[in-house]
Design a protein around this ligand. Structure first.
Ligand code: FAD
Length: 484
């Protein structure tokens, strides 16, 4: 007899039993579970806890299918037995979408990591969803191509997770959104049906573009198992420079000049404030002092064209201009690959550095570029009392400035209801007031699902609910997340 164990909104689901585990193992042999002693709680810890250590589930079953057929069989079984499922990639998501809320079965894509094909003429890569982003990029680098997405979690996140969250990252400025570069997908629906949309065509105007529904659906419409993606040629050489600046206005000027003077070779423009810089320097104990004159703000500019000598000249003229005009206080240009990686590590290390300071509440917001930093200042003023009594340890702002994407981190002494109440929904109110989005690129997950109304109309939310109902009538895919 199944006991209805946990309910999400109005639905209730079954809890997996030892018999379910035996059946699931027959379908996907590397299934792990505490219910039959094949794993203990510590083995499942990494699947139950998110990257921030903010959300924790109680799943007793992790299935690790090795093929789309195994995913299909697992979903068919779970659908028929009312067992909810959380698709999980690299578990680097920052909104609690990738871990169970209760006893859901975790479906980990980690064992599906093959490159299926690569066409060196079109640049289209077809690969399993569980391929790690960095591995995909390394494969492409050997062939003179680049994956059109890069982000700090590249060593762990999966390309399937990237597509499921419609990740933006560090080079969206140059290569655009995954909505443009993903040309085909393969997914397994909640009832086990395999949807084969793994086309390698750039153009296809035959009806609704169903793959777009899966992109950014955070595991609520289906399990993405395969991806076809258009990859650009790798620039001949990438150059990177980091500047210190006295104000956010000065950084905006640097950005405007970079667009003008570096043109199509500009591939990333990142910004961070003095607190972010202090945290990352403290966290990366090996990082040395970079600037004679430090600033209130820092920006990273990356460029790469097809002619390294020409790029060099262009970058040189840009830096001279910035210094002569007094837009920057100081600057460092990477001279070799190690320095290139070191400068990027500074920016990419900020999320982890904030989490090392305390319980980091992370907000990923879209704001008109000229108002981006005003949100950080408004939040700091709002948290004045908490900052004074030490409950709030700091407020830091950094992000993908070229995309108007701010990562606001409020670092508290602990994750508590009181701290959360101090920040939310105030943070969403200021974003809505400024015409921004409460989620630029991380998605909604469990963290932002209740707040979707700050960025979407009632009609849009209703349509989303109806689409969810069509794809997953029993609501077993990632319940309690995304659209409630
Ligand atoms: P997971 O965290 O495992 O899952 C994320 C969501 O996708 C969950 O809802 C899950 O159910 C679903 N999902 C995962 N795989 C599948 C699948 N195969 N089929 C269906 N659903 C699936 N994000 C950005 O956009 N830009 C950044 O610059 C960025 N920088 C980051 C830096 C750091 C240090 C960290 C820790 C995270 C960063 N992120 C960033 C967030 C995160 O890395 C991305 O959201 C990433 O795309 C998640 O991929 P993942 O494989 O880890 O997915």
């Amino acid at each position: 007899v199944r006991r209805p164990s946990h309910a999400f909104a109005t639905r209730s689901f079954s809890s997996p039993t030892a018999e379910d585990v035996a059946r699931l193992r027959a379908l996907a042999p590397s299934t792990l579970s505490t219910l039959d002693g094949s794993a203990d709680e510590s083995d499942l810890e990494a699947f139950n806890t998110d990257w921030m250590r903010k959300y924790r589930g109680r799943s007793a079953v992790v299935v690790k299918p090795r093929s789309v057929q195994e995913v299909s069989a697992v979903m068919q079984y779970c659908g028929a037995h009312n067992l909810p499922v959380v698709p999980q990639g690299g578990n680097t998501g920052l909104v609690g979408g990738s871990v169970p809320l209760g006893e859901e079965v975790v479906l980990s894509l980690g064992s599906m990591s093959r490159v299926r094909s690569f066409d060196p003429v079109s640049g289209i890569l077809v690969a399993d969803a569980g391929l790690i982003l960095e591995a995909a990029d390394a494969y492409l680098a050997e062939r003179g191509y680049i994956f059109p997405l890069d982000l700090g979690a590249k060593g762990s996140c999966h390309i399937g997770g990237n597509v499921a969250t419609n990740a933006g990252g560090l080079r969206l400025l140059r290569y655009g959104s995954l909505r443009g570069s993903v040309v085909g997908l393969e997914a397994v629906l909640a009832d086990g049906t395999i949807w084969n949309g793994l086309k390698t065509l750039r153009k296809d105007n035959t009806g609704f573009d169903i793959k777009q529904l899966f992109i950014g659906s955070e595991g609520t419409l289906g399990v993405i198992t395969g991806i076809a993606i258009q990859c650009p040629r790798r620039p001949a050489a990438l150059r990177v420079a980091v500047f210190s600046a006295s104000s956010y206005e000065a950084v905006q000027q640097v950005y405007a000049d970079a667009r003008l003077m570096l043109g199509e070779t500009l591939s990333a423009f990142e910004v961070w404030d003095a607190p972010s810089y202090a945290y990352v320097r403290a966290h990366q104990t090996s990082s040395r002092r970079l600037f004679e004159t430090e600033g209130e703000f820092y920006c990273l500019v990356e460029m790469g064209g097809s002619n390294p000598e020409h790029d060099e000249e262009r970058l040189g003229a840009f830096i001279t201009h910035l210094m002569e005009e007094g837009h920057v206080l100081d600057g460092v240009v990477a001279q070799d690959e190690t320095q290139f990686a070191g400068l990027w590590a500074l920016r990419e290390g900020i999320p982890a550095a904030c989490s090392a300071v305390g319980a980091a509440y992370k907000y990923d917001l879209s704001i008109p570029v000229n108002e981006m930093y005003a949100v950080v200042e408004e939040m700091r003023a709002h948290l004045h009392d908490g900052l004074r009594d030490g409950r709030i340890r700091g407020v830091a702002g950094f992000g993908h400035m070229g995309d108007g994407n701010l990562h606001l981190n409020v670092i508290a002494d602990e994750f508590s209801d009181e701290n959360k109440r101090d920040i939310e929904p105030f943070v969403y109110e200021i974003v809505a007031r400024r015409g921004g989005s409460i989620s630029a690129e991380h998605g909604l997950g469990v963290m932002k699902a209740p707040y979707i109304g700050y960025s979407q109309t009632g009609v849009s939310i209703d349509l989303m609910r109806r689409i969810k109902g069509l794809f997953d009538p029993k609501g077993i895919l990632n319940p309690g997340k995304f659209v409630l």
